[in-house]
Design a protein around this ligand. Structure first.
Ligand SMILES: [Zn+2]
Length: 209
């Protein structure tokens, strides 16, 4: 049985506001200066940026370092501060390998031996959304876990951020409502004009504005 549903992926990137540098013979990732960490929302763009690093493979070391730093300055460490180049690269290679396996219709296998942290999708819990709907939730404790979760859930889909239709958010399913639609820069709130009209026919819609 295949169930189409929604899963809430919970992870917040913790990023040093003044960025990172690479230190020592193992190129450990450390804050450039003592600085605060900023919590940033995790987005699927992180996975796109991560795979973009592929174009640095086989390039000069300083170009590879630059790519790694640019990624971490935007999204934070993959695992933790102090992670080495071997750990970062090992994680990247496993993702890359699994992605190639998926492209050639093999069962992908993600196995990160460079890092001594169990590599799974995280723990399944429950959370209520701000509109009061109960949603199964995967709580990720590392950026690499969150990347892996997004990568897994997007197996047969293009990687785009979606937002929920305002009708669905407040009133649940409705025939013809696609529930989710691709996020765009416009302030679109409904999946279709029909949902917008249906929303405004609800007696209490003004309270939900
Ligand atoms: Zn809708």
């Amino acid at each position: 049985m295949i169930v189409l549903g929604e899963i809430n992926l919970r992870f917040r990137c913790e990023v040093r506001s003044l960025g990172y540098r690479l230190d020592g013979s193992k190129d450990e990732l450390h804050p450039r200066f003592p600085s605060d960490t900023e919590a940033k929302p995790f987005e699927t763009q992180a996975l796109q940026d991560f795979f973009q690093l592929g174009s640095f493979l086989g390039k000069e070391k300083d170009i590879a370092d630059e790519g790694r730093l640019r990624f971490c300055n935007r999204w934070g460490p993959l695992w933790y501060e102090g992670e080495t180049a071997a750990q970062f690269d090992g994680t990247f290679f496993q993702f890359h390998k699994a992605q190639n396996e998926r492209k050639t219709a093999m069962i992908p296998n993600l196995n990160i031996e460079a890092v001594n942290i169990p590599f799974n999708l995280g723990e399944l819990k429950w959370t209520y959304t701000s509109e009061g709907r109960l949603v199964p939730t995967i709580e990720c404790h590392h950026l690499a876990h969150a990347l892996m979760a997004v990568w897994s859930f997007s197996a047969n889909d293009t990687l785009v951020d979606h937002q929920s239709c305002k009708f669905f958010k407040h009133y649940g399913t409705r025939k013809g409502c696609s529930k989710y639609f691709q996020k765009s820069r416009s302030n679109k709130e409904f999946c279709s004009p029909n949902c917008k009209n249906a929303f405004k026919q609800k007696p209490d819609w003004r309270e939900k504005e």
